[in-house]
Design a protein around this ligand. Structure first.
Ligand SMILES: Nc1ncnc2c1ncn2[C@@H]1O[C@H](COP(=O)(O)OP(=O)(O)OP(=O)(O)O)[C@@H](O)[C@H]1O
Ligand SMILES: [Mg+2]
Length: 221
């Protein structure tokens, strides 16, 4: 599904961050990436999500290079295939929970019928993640753990084939981190969405089928 070939990335002040990095991921796989702060985990996720470009190497998604895409194609790749969850929830404060969730759905020109389909999918996901009762609340009236579950549902609304989660439990207490971790594993298992999770948490990493450490610019199994 995803193949990274000899990815190299450096920053002027920092020097080499990723160095001849390789990664293979099959459809439906789940991968945990751990590694020290500053080792390049977010840089790697941004490259996979087409938010950033490597200096050299290639990123193949279902056998096509995402680096050869035009800006439009690249945006389409991201919208259609990738769901993002970051450490901090980034919900829009003036929109309700359900409006926040449906926001990415309106990034496309969709028919009323498709919109209703999205709404019912959102309903199913909110049920699954235990946030149905929050649909009309605003982000400042819900807890951090709940907000992170809203973010997860929002990331799934366009049925991405791959979910990229960068420290998704980093700002949560252990109970909420446990809930979110289990939901991530469930979503991977039951919905078949491939998952890459960057985490410092051993217990979250242990829920993934494959674990790597990012060290000296490469992934070590
Ligand atoms: N846009 C940028 N310009 C210059 N340097 C950058 C940029 N983005 C990241 N870096 C540097 O590249 C290195 C890797 O950063 P990155 O954010 O990928 O690390 P990380 O593994 O995600 O760390 P953390 O665990 O703290 O989130 C760091 O030294 C960082 O300072
Ligand atoms: Mg990071």
């Amino acid at each position: 599904m995803l193949r990274l070939e000899n990815i190299t990335k450096s920053y002027p002040q920092r020097g080499m961050v990723l160095s001849e990095l390789n990664l293979m991921m099959g459809e439906g796989d789940s991968i945990a990436i751990t590694g020290p702060s500053g080792s390049g985990k977010t840089t790697l996720m941004n490259i996979i999500g087409a938010l950033d470009r490597p200096d050299s190497g290639d990123v193949l998604f279902r056998d096509s290079s995402i680096l050869q895409m035009s800006p439009d194609e690249s945006a389409r790749y991201r919208n259609r295939n990738i769901g993002f969850v970051f450490q901090d929830h980034l919900l829009l404060p003036h929109l309700t929970v359900s409006e926040n969730i449906l926001l990415p759905a309106s990034a496309f020109n969709i028919t009323t019928e498709e919109y209703h389909e999205k709404m019912s999918y959102a309903g199913m996901l909110m049920e699954k993640t235990g946030i149905s009762d929050l649909r009309d609340k605003y982000p400042y009236n819900i807890s951090g753990g709940e907000a992170q579950r809203v973010t997860l549902v929002r990331a799934l609304i366009n049925k991405p084939s791959m979910l990229l989660a960068d420290e998704p439990t980093g700002s949560l207490d252990s109970r909420n981190a446990g809930i979110l971790g289990s939901l991530l594993a469930e979503i991977n298992n039951e919905l078949g969405i491939s998952l890459i999770v960057v985490t410092h948490s051993g217990s979250l990493a242990s829920k993934m089928r494959v674990r790597y450490t990012l060290e000296e610019g490469r992934l070590i199994r």
